[in-house]
Write a new protein. Structure first.
Length: 255
């Protein structure tokens, strides 16, 4: 217990899925958590956790500034940002529309960029204070490491998150900001987003079986598997880890 005691964290996409799991674990380990989500359901999660809730569309530049400013005003600092908000659209290159491409990359890539930029500016201002600096954790995907023929927009967006993370890590390290930035790469995790992909497929039963058997470990991942990885990167236990890719995929990319 207390692995992130008294640290201040913003978690996006925290109304459900991986984001919610990360918010719950960070709160349990002592962080002051800000739930940021475009859904009002985030208010219910915040109430359960004793956290703060802010409505946020991660593609809204002004919205990001509002949430970060409000967080620093309320708690005095920002130490952790978890960019967990994400969307997916399935369809190969011949059937992906420009609208779908822009939607997926807007949320996954541009939303992460906006969050990282706002967080770096806030975190560096307190870097010289006791416990200052910070850790940014970007949720990418195994689709940011290996390609999927049926998800060009998603792969491109998650690949962008991967290299954006490394660029930020180099920048903050070279400037001496005491800010680390890492990416987490899950495979199929038991979340509403994966359920939607399965249910929207031509053969949901067959798709569910394929998802469950995709990893060599022989099961679908749990939200806690990802949240525990995020907790490690958010904590001081990972103080010499930056610009890295933490893969949580049950061995899928080991083949």
């Amino acid at each position: 217990m207390g692995r992130v005691e008294n640290k201040v964290a913003i978690v996006t996409g925290a109304a459900s899925g991986i984001g919610r799991g990360c918010a719950e674990l960070l709160a349990r380990e002592g962080a002051k958590v800000v739930i940021a989500d475009r859904s009002d359901r985030g208010a219910d999660v915040a109430k359960e956790l004793g956290a703060t809730f802010h409505l946020l569309d991660v593609t809204d530049e002004a919205g990001w500034q509002r949430v970060v400013d409000a967080t620093v005003h309320e708690f005095g600092a920002l130490h952790i940002l978890v960019n967990a908000a994400g969307v997916a659209v399935w369809g190969d290159i011949e059937h992906t529309t420009l609208e779908q491409w822009r939607f997926v990359n807007g949320v996954n890539a541009e939303g992460t960029f906006l969050g990282c930029r706002a967080a770096v500016i806030a975190m560096k201002s307190s870097a010289s204070l006791p416990g200052g600096g910070g850790s940014i954790i970007n949720i990418s995907s195994v689709a940011g490491l290996v390609a999927d023929a049926d998800a060009p927009a998603y792969c491109a967006s998650k690949g962008a998150v991967r290299l954006l993370t490394k660029s930020i890590a180099l920048h903050t390290a070279r400037r001496g900001y005491n800010i680390r930035c890492n990416s987490v790469h899950p495979s199929f995790i038991d979340t509403p987003m994966v359920d939607a992909v399965v249910d929207g497929s031509r053969d949901p039963a067959k798709m569910r079986t394929a998802v469950e058997k995709a990893a060599p470990l022989g099961r679908i991942g749990e939200v806690a598997d990802v949240a525990n990885a995020v907790l490690y990167l958010a904590s001081d236990e990972s103080k010499f880890v930056t610009g890295s890719e933490l893969v949580v995929d049950g061995g899928l990319t080991a083949r």
